[in-house]
Design a binder for this molecule. Structure first.
Ligand code: KMT
Ligand code: NI
Length: 178
């Protein structure tokens, strides 16, 4: 399964794991309560994978593209990495499938603590619209990811604070009782 943990609060290199000592793991169940969903797939066959096809069909992920995050491959690499690591939300779900390499997604829990989710080859994750999150490469400095979307993609990110947004209020309300 996916590995996740509560982060320490040191401002050391964002690419380091930032585990607490002792490590405080976060289960898939806890992630689901935050609206975060996860699948493990075989990334070696992503071009023809029937499992991926089924998920896309079931979830309505009509759009897809592939982004390679590496200093020699991504235009405006430094600037983009900086943007990805700013705490933000989107008005749609963020769906990412790691095809190669690895990276971290950080999400806020109900008590506003950072949870770091280790994303490796074969991991597909959906972050719900309205959740505060951020993204970073790890110390390997490379990942290739499929970006999926329901309909025409909207990449716009709203940096925190975005608490007055309808989608944020809707998300916060959805956490009640979970
Ligand atoms: C986002 O909005 O957080 C991103 O697109 C992250 C980088 S894509 C692997
Ligand atoms: Ni995002």
């Amino acid at each position: 399964g996916v590995e996740a943990w509560f982060m320490d609060s040191s401002d050391e290199d964002q690419r380091k794991p930032h585990r607490l000592n002792p490590n405080q793991p976060v289960s898939l169940d806890e992630l689901q309560k935050l609206g975060v969903f996860y699948w493990k797939l075989n990334a070696d066959i992503y071009e023809t994978d029937p499992e991926l096809e089924q998920i896309r069909k079931d979830q309505g992920y009509s759009y897809m593209d592939i982004i390679t995050i590496h200093k020699d491959k991504l235009p405006n690499y430094e600037e983009k990495l900086k943007m990805f690591f700013e705490e933000h939300l989107h008005v749609d779900d963020e769906i990412r499938y790691i095809l190669d390499g690895q990276a971290y997604f950080d999400v806020r829990d109900k008590e506003d603590r950072w949870i770091r989710i280790s994303m490796r080859k074969g991991d597909l994750i959906t972050l719900p619209a309205g959740i505060y999150h951020r993204f970073t490469l790890d110390e390997t400095n490379y990942t290739k990811a499929m970006r999926l979307f329901v309909g025409e993609p909207v990449w716009k990110a709203y940096n925190r604070p975005a608490d007055d947004f309808d989608i944020r209020q809707k998300y916060v309300a959805s956490l009640q009782g979970s």
